[in-house]
Write a protein that binds this ligand. Structure first.
Ligand SMILES: Nc1ncnc2c1ncn2[C@@H]1O[C@H](COP(=O)(O)OP(=O)(O)OP(=O)(O)O)[C@@H](O)[C@H]1O
Ligand SMILES: [Mg+2]
Length: 612
């Protein structure tokens, strides 16, 4: 506060000085701008986010609980993977009082060195991932300090951190809060402690929150995380003291994502100018080769030729016009796409297995597309779908979104993934759909985007921005899976039609048999069994059964985790808004589909793929 007042005083003095040098006549009243200028102050990043908690995913108590757990678990997974450690994470949530919860997340990761503890947990925009270009869950350096800030703001209690980096080092215990005026840590307690863990980190936060099951709950987040991270073991105790153990399904860690340099096709002019001016390279050719991926000596030579700048020109002497010429040369030179070992997709098999655990369906399909590039950033789309079975037939499909293996549970309507699904023509694949809506029918669709930089719509990382390149790629993956679906639906409806005919024929067997008996004199029972054999009903039924997927991963208990409470009357306003939205979307989709059906009955001949 005092600092703020001083700032204002200083600003006032500066302005007085400016005015007198501007030669304003003494004694005249000050222009309004001078008065207004006295109020101008710099805004601290933590102050800003403290007031805009919703940008960080802390906009209501229910979501706050999920976000706090998510930030800690995502970090734990990132840290373990980066260190090649199979993750073992425990999450415990204890209800301390009404609307007060203690969240404890413990990992067996590499731990955190003592000097870094304060900044990691109590300084916004501080982290190791922002500048490293590879697929990771975290990217902004905000997540965990935002959770610590939320704890301080809502309960006034410090975060308690225990961390150890090796058996040879003691475990460090720190209690801290974030000073929002300065965006820096206030360390309240510090000591060394006994810990029967060789390495890892434990964070304890007291926060204002509310616990509820349902599709946007901590339970659902952890279950979905277990599905897309089968190499992790997660032990979870919820506030109802129910324990879930998501044991790892594989001991193999995902292929480690490699860090890459920026690709010339993704760099912007301002960034290039800055890079050039800060470069210590002696020649432009060396600068290009050392700072960008896929620039070999030959490619560097071609870029220089196309930009009409000598390859031995000093980078820090290149002008703005020169930089612009270089940007043009980047796009006119043929440069290989960036390497894609910076990505670590889930893979078709695991994706399908995960879906089988969650959904009882009759048909499953999973597609992993080859990596592609947008603005120089490699990304890769994976899609899986489960059709039929016990899923609701009359509502909109269920959409599950993931980014870098993290489930996205909020902001479905605002997400680029949803746009890709709603703008795909599902009618072509045997589903019902009205313009611009999610298709209607018994189906679950999973979309995963793996990228070195996921363009989220806000700091809370809930929805993916509407980038054309990404939407296009998701649509291609959906179309591929859709074509598989269409083949299945078509085949199935053909056999069903044959079965219907067989049933019809079967009904007339007694009459036909009787007539044949009278005509030929052969015994009626023999004719009946002969005709029944001709119908081949059993064979048709068997064909339908064979066609349907055998769910080898069936796990009813698992599928139930997180279920329920979505329509509870105590639901939080935000969740209510989402479910109201999805209800009205479902209703609209249903109504529109009905209308569509009535219409299509008139012009059936135009659409060969319509459900029979
Ligand atoms: N459990 C942990 N073990 C080891 N290092 C950690 C752990 N949690 C956080 N870190 C380190 O602290 C940094 C800051 O974490 P934070 O969650 O604030 O940001 P981030 O994960 O980099 O990005 P995002 O804001 O997108 O989550 C991380 O980049 C990581 O280096
Ligand atoms: Mg993080």
């Amino acid at each position: 506060m005092a600092k703020g007042k001083n700032d204002a005083k200083e600003a006032g003095k500066d302005l007085q000085a400016t005015l007198s040098t501007d030669g304003a006549p003494a004694g005249t009243s000050q222009p309004k701008a001078v008065e207004l200028a006295k109020k101008q102050r710099e805004i601290g990043v933590a102050e800003f986010f403290a007031r805009n908690k919703h940008l960080l995913g802390f906009d209501n108590p229910r979501k706050a609980l999920m976000t706090a757990v998510k930030e800690a678990v995502d970090n734990a997974l990132d840290a373990c993977e980066e260190s090649g450690i199979p993750p073992e994470i425990s999450v415990e949530i204890i209800e301390m009082a009404e609307n007060r919860f203690r969240v404890i997340v413990e990992d067996n990761g590499p731990g955190i060195v003592k000097q870094q503890i304060g900044k990691i947990f109590a300084k916004l925009l501080y982290g190791s991932k922002f500048h490293s270009r590879k697929q990771q869950r975290g990217q902004q350096g905000i997540g965990i300090s935002a959770a610590v800030m939320y704890a301080g703001l809502t309960t006034g209690r410090p975060a308690k951190i225990l961390t150890r980096i090796s058996p040879k080092h003691p475990a460090n215990y720190v209690e801290l809060t974030i000073n929002t005026a300065t965006n820096s840590p206030d360390i309240l307690k510090e000591s060394e402690k006994e810990w029967n863990k060789e390495h890892g980190t434990r964070i304890e936060l007291d926060i204002e929150a509310s616990y509820q099951k349902g599709s946007q709950s901590v339970d659902t987040y952890l279950k979905s995380t277990a599905v897309t991270n089968p190499h992790a073991t997660i032990i979870y105790v919820n506030p109802k003291a129910e324990q879930y153990v998501f044991a790892r399904a594989t001991d193999t860690l995902p292929k480690p994502a490699q860090e890459i340099l920026p690709h010339p096709h993704g760099v912007e002019l301002g960034t290039l100018i800055k890079m050039l001016s800060e470069s210590e390279n002696r020649t432009l050719s060396a600068f290009l080769q050392e700072n960008f991926s896929r620039v070999s000596p030959q490619v560097a030579k071609e870029i220089c030729e196309n930009a009409r700048i000598p390859p031995n020109f000093k980078p820090d002497e290149i002008t703005r016009d020169g930089a612009e010429a270089l940007i043009k040369a980047f796009s006119s030179t043929s440069i290989m796409n960036p390497p894609t070992d910076c990505l670590s997709p889930i893979g078709e098999e695991l994706l399908k297995k995960g879906l089988m655990k969650e959904v009882q369906a009759e048909f499953y399909s999973a597609i992993t597309r080859p990596p592609v590039v947008y603005k120089g950033n490699p990304f890769q789309i994976e899609v899986a779908l489960a059709y039929g079975g016990e899923q609701e037939k009359d509502g909109a499909i269920t959409l599950m979104r993931f980014a870098n293996r993290v489930p996205l549970l909020y902001q479905q309507g605002a997400c680029g993934v949803t746009k890709a699904v709603t703008t795909t023509n599902w009618k072509a694949y045997g589903m019902q759909q009205s313009g611009g809506s999610l298709p209607v029918g018994p189906m679950t669709v999973v979309v995963h985007i793996a990228s070195v930089w996921v363009p989220f719509t806000s700091e809370s990382k809930e929805a993916i921005a509407h980038y054309d390149d990404i939407i296009k790629e998701i649509k291609l993956a959906l179309q591929e899976a859709g074509r598989d679906l269409q083949k299945y639906v078509h085949k199935k409806s053909k056999v069903h039609l044959q079965l219907e005919r067989a049933n019809l024929f079967e009904r007339y067997i007694p009459e036909v048999a009787n007539a044949l008996h009278r005509l030929t004199g052969k015994p009626e029972p023999a004719i009946v069994s002969g005709l029944q054999a001709m119908v081949k009903k059993d064979a048709l039924q068997q064909r339908i059964e064979d066609m349907q997927a055998k769910n080898t991963e069936d796990d009813e208990e698992f599928a139930k985790i997180g279920a329920g409470d979505d329509e509870d009357e105590h639901i939080d306003p935000d969740a209510e808004e989402e479910s109201a939205l999805s209800h009205s979307l479902k209703k609209k989709a249903k109504d529109d589909a009905k209308k569509g059906d009535e219409k299509s009955a008139d012009d059936k001949t135009n659409d060969g793929n319509k459900k029979k």
